[in-house]
Design a protein around this ligand. Structure first.
Ligand code: NAP
Length: 306
């Protein structure tokens, strides 16, 4: 079993951000909107803030009270959208139940939407003209790219159809440069095990600790485990890695797989937004590759053709 660590992928992205930020002389400025008391949201905002500081990005967390009204929420997003000193805006999830995040997102300038959460930016993915990609969906592809997994013609099964992972990822995999055959499973899928067993690549993103055991996975499958499930016994992915270790060809660990890459991509999107607003391009001078953001295979040992 090969372990597809996220850290080398994240480090490459980080180094490139530092380089781009230094050469541009810009300090990308991000406002993180954190409403309420959710511990997970607060902790993750902190992780991003610390990462940003290392990369030369200003990441200010705007903490709003639990009782923030929809009107106040939308007014804040509008203000940040129009504020020339702000390059990127991210709404930390979850927001309190009484708030409608989609209505607030309608007020966000798509150019500052570094989380790729607005209808405009999600729609551009369908058109093959993405400005940003949702960081988690993108990190799945960066990891596959980095480790040299050949996608055209392969069967990729995505378990989970959320707007931040499954749906955008399915469309990204259908782009001509990737040309995977994609199946998306969800809670109404019949006999999911039969489908996932036919996968060359399985992306597990359902949010159920250790759900995918041996009955779901065939020999030599490459598994990207997006799941981040905090339980009383610790943090686990959606895949029971101990059970499947003798079966899978390669798998991302949890923690240490998709997570760090996702955080780096949010930072990359921040730098991209800041540069684009000034008519500059983060992709200028990159080394090519079949991914817009140019993170290419480095660890050739798991390279294989499917
Ligand atoms: N590492 C990272 O950077 C990162 C980022 C985001 C999310 N995550 C993790 O990824 C996981 C998924 O997150 P999410 O935000 O995409 O979750 P979500 O919005 O709750 O969506 C979960 C999806 O899984 C499907 N599902 C749930 N139980 C299922 C089952 N038993 N069989 C088949 N499908 C099932 C749901 O189907 P229905 O649509 O039919 O309800 C839904 O499409 C979570 O563990 C989350 O913490 C990690």
């Amino acid at each position: 079993m090969n372990i597809l660590k996220g850290r080398p992928v994240a480090d490459l992205i980080d180094r490139r951000i530092i380089d781009v930020v230094e050469r541009s002389g810009l300090t990308p400025r991000v406002k993180s909107v954190l409403i309420g008391l959710d511990k997970g949201a607060k902790a993750y905002a902190g992780v991003k803030g610390r990462k940003a500081a290392k990369l030369g990005i200003e990441y200010e967390i705007l903490e709003m009270p639990e009782k923030t009204s929809q009107g106040e929420f939308e007014a804040l997003i509008s203000e940040l959208s129009g504020n020339d000193k702000v390059d990127g805006v991210i709404i930390e999830r979850p927001v309190p139940d009484h708030l409608d995040i989609e209505r607030a997102l309608a007020h966000l300038n798509p150019q500052k939407d570094i989380d790729c959460a607005t209808p405009h930016n999600l729609g551009r993915i369908l058109l093959g003209d993405a400005r940003f990609y949702p960081a988690t969906a993108d990190s799945v592809l960066r990891i596959l790219d980095h480790y040299g997994v050949h996608l055209p013609g392969s069967h990729v099964v995505i378990a989970g159809r959320s707007l931040s992972v499954g749906k955008p990822l399915a469309n990204m995999l259908l782009e001509r440069s990737r040309s995977a055959t994609v199946t998306v499973c969800h809670s109404h899928t019949k006999d999911m095990a039969m489908i996932t067993r036919s996968a060359d690549v399985l992306v597990a993103a359902i949010g159920r600790a250790k759900f995918f055991g041996t009955e779901y996975i065939s020999k030599d499958t490459i598994v990207i485990d997006v799941g981040t499930n905090y339980t009383d016994d610790g943090l686990f992915g959606d895949v029971d890695i101990d059970a499947v270790e003798d079966i899978v060809y390669a798998i991302t660990p949890v923690p240490g797989g998709v997570g760090p890459v996702t955080t780096s991509i949010i930072m990359e999107n921040s730098a991209k937004a800041a540069l684009k607003r000034r008519g500059l391009d983060i992709d200028h001078g990159r080394n090519g590759g079949n991914h817009e953001n140019g993170c290419r295979a480095q660890d050739q040992e798991v390279r294989r053709k499917i």
